[in-house]
Ligand binder design. Structure first.
Ligand code: E4P
Length: 214
């Protein structure tokens, strides 16, 4: 499973990029708004730091508006993937964008049928939301697992991005059920590195080393 970073914060992206474990970045209108900076400048800056796919989302609700926005957004950098919500109009836009050679990440996916439809319309990626699904007492990991099984069984090449990840266990479980990618917030990435036994081990090694060197 590849790891993407789910943020529009440039400092977080730079720091995470230095670890060499982040292959792409996902953003959404909320994450962009949180940083309070210009959308286009932010996306171009992210693309200058991370060499892989950078997802940037449209805000139009009709397919004509989505396609127009997608054409503009995708012209900013070759690595940009346009996020389109899984709606009736969204599917129309995905089909047209596929023909235009523009990569799409179909977002706000909460059912296997939505994922199947997005894939059949020509989506490059689908983003099932684990956390928001779990928030309403549904099983986000079963959602990922079902989509992975369907895509595998029917030889669908659309990649699954496990999104709305809230805990390190979400990432582990998404990997176990076959998600291609997990997009993780910076805080979760930090938690994924940590283990109390590692901290205790490092401390003990240093203490023992001091005994023989002092
Ligand atoms: C990424 O593609 C999604 O927009 C993001 O993971 C949503 O996360 P949230 O449910 O924590 O807002």
């Amino acid at each position: 499973m590849e790891l993407f970073l789910d943020t529009a914060n440039i400092d977080e992206i730079k720091e995470a990029a230095s670890l060499g474990v982040i292959y792409g970045v996902t953003t959404n209108p909320t994450l962009i708004a949180k940083e309070g900076k210009d959308f286009k400048k932010t996306i171009i800056e992210i693309a200058s730091i991370i060499e892989g796919p950078i997802s940037a989302e449209v805000v139009s609700l009709d397919s004509d508006g989505m396609v127009k926005e997608a054409q503009e957004i995708s012209s900013w950098h070759p690595n940009i993937v346009v996020k389109i919500p899984i709606t009736w109009e969204g599917l129309k836009a995905v089909k047209r964008l596929k023909k235009l050679g523009i990569k799409t990440n179909v977002t706000l996916v909460f059912s296997p049928n939505q994922a199947l439809l997005a894939a059949r319309a020509g989506a490059t990626y689908v983003s099932p939301f684990i956390g928001r699904f779990t928030d309403i007492t549904q099983d986000g990991i079963t959602l990922i697992s079902d989509i992975a099984k369907i895509f595998d069984l029917h030889h669908i090449s659309t990649k699954i991005i496990a999104a709305s990840i809230r805990t390190p266990m979400d990432a582990v479980n998404a990997a176990k059920v076959g998600s291609d990618i997990a997009t993780v917030p910076y805080r979760v990435l930090q938690q994924m590195v940590m283990h109390p036994l590692t901290d205790i081990g490092v401390k003990r090694f240093l203490e023992d080393w001091k005994k023989v060197t002092q």
